[in-house]
Write a protein that binds this ligand. Structure first.
Ligand SMILES: [Zn+2]
Length: 397
């Protein structure tokens, strides 16, 4: 199969290193971080002191000398060291690109212990390979892996990550591009909101799962605890770990939930329209609910686009202004309309749930009008849960 008919997919698995292996993983991370900082320093000071520009080839020489000088050739793989200096190079490239574009980027920074959490094997099979069910890493040995789902395609690279005190391997694989899904003849407009996560132009609602709010409440408590803890104390590092673990958990739950929703949407609709919230943010501002909506929206929009593309579906982003305030039937602007208005009525006879009306406006702005007002068809059950996400059941999720 040619490269063009393949796409890239990332598979991430939890690693369970032994105590010794874990000590060594920390050592690799430290060596890699020191090399990163050194390569950064070389660039910075060569330019400041001598006006000399350091090239990628120069830093690759540095990587070589570094491994020999610090006697870490047995643990820091040569290609991992190359990846590290390449990372510095990329940091500079993006810095200069943003300067050129007239932005004010931050200068590439030296990385402290908490700011450097991964290293890479850039050619799978070279320094990292599968050995039975384990992952054999250069200088570390055979690390056990929890293969919670089958890996697919050809593994290209693997990155070892430390997140919230846990180790992971993230495999980048070339997988065959899936065939586009058969057309369904249906399009949908989505209103993303605070009371309901989404309301479709068919009038269906998917509620915000309760763990969003519960999760954020607990996070606030933990962060307050963290703020009170004394800097550098053992207690503080424990609380910090608890914060990181909790953040990870909330993010996992949210991603999982959104992924199932995206899957269902892409299966059922040829075209999906939603508001471009990067504009709407300037219009609406709502404390906690806003942050939940925002963080969810970015992920939702990105992944919906990705999934839709590989399935041959269309996603359109529309101007969000006044989608709630206009009548979806005649276009009139409602008077006396504010956030507390949950039901809208119009002189033309329209009487509708506020978010349903907004979703219909979004659908119209995308240039799609459903030929026949379809009877509300519930979204299909997302794979794996066995539950239907319908208006009544979503409230219980
Ligand atoms: Zn009207």
């Amino acid at each position: 199969m040619s490269e063009s008919s393949k796409s890239i997919q990332v598979f991430k698995y939890r690693l369970y290193p032994s105590h010794v292996q874990e000590q060594n993983l920390y050592r690799v991370l430290d060596y890699a971080r020191n090399l990163y900082n050194m390569a950064l320093a070389e660039r910075k000071y060569a330019y400041q002191l001598e006006g000399r520009k350091v090239t990628l080839a120069d830093t690759e020489q540095l990587a070589k000398r570094y491994r020999a000088t610090f006697c870490c050739e047995a643990i820091l793989f040569s290609q991992t060291a190359q990846s590290v200096v390449k990372q510095v190079d990329l940091a500079y490239q993006s810095f200069f690109r943003r300067v050129k574009a007239g932005q004010k980027p931050g200068y590439p920074r030296f990385k402290g212990r908490n700011r450097f959490n991964s290293f890479e094997f850039k050619q799978f099979g070279n320094g990292a390979q599968l050995d039975g069910k384990r992952l054999k890493l250069f200088g570390i040995g055979r690390v056990s892996v929890r293969w919670h789902r089958p890996i697919a395609g050809t593994i290209k690279t693997v990155r070892i990550l430390l997140q919230a005190g846990k180790w992971y391997a993230s495999f980048t694989c070339a997988v065959p591009t899936p065939k586009p899904l058969p057309e369904t003849g249906r399009v949908v407009g989505l209103d993303m909101g605070i009371s309901a996560l989404i309301t479709t132009s068919d009038g269906e609602k998917v509620d915000n799962p309760s763990f969003y709010r519960a999760g954020h409440k607990k996070l606030r408590l933990l962060q307050r605890k963290l703020a009170r803890a004394k800097r550098g104390s053992a207690n503080r590092s424990q609380v910090l770990l608890a914060v990181q673990r909790h953040q990870e958990r909330v993010a996992n739950q949210r991603r999982d939930y959104l992924n199932k929703l995206i899957y269902a949407l892409v299966q059922h609709f040829d075209g999906i329209a939603l508001e471009d919230l990067s504009i709407r943010n300037m219009v609406r501002n709502k404390h906690l609910s806003k942050s939940i909506l925002d963080s969810g929206w970015g992920y939702f929009a990105d992944h919906l686009c990705g999934q839709a593309e590989s399935a041959g579906r269309t996603v359109k982003f529309v101007d969000p202004r006044n989608t709630s305030k206009c009548c979806s039937n005649c276009g009139a602007v409602f008077q006396d309309f504010d956030l507390s208005t949950r039901w809208v009525t119009c002189a033309c006879g329209l009487s509708l749930d506020r978010d349903h009306n907004a979703a219909l406006n979004i659908l119209r702005r995308a240039g799609w009008v459903t030929p026949v007002r379809l009877k509300t068809a519930p979204l299909p059950a997302p794979k794996g849960t066995g539950k239907r996400i319908s208006a009544s059941e979503a409230t219980r999720l």
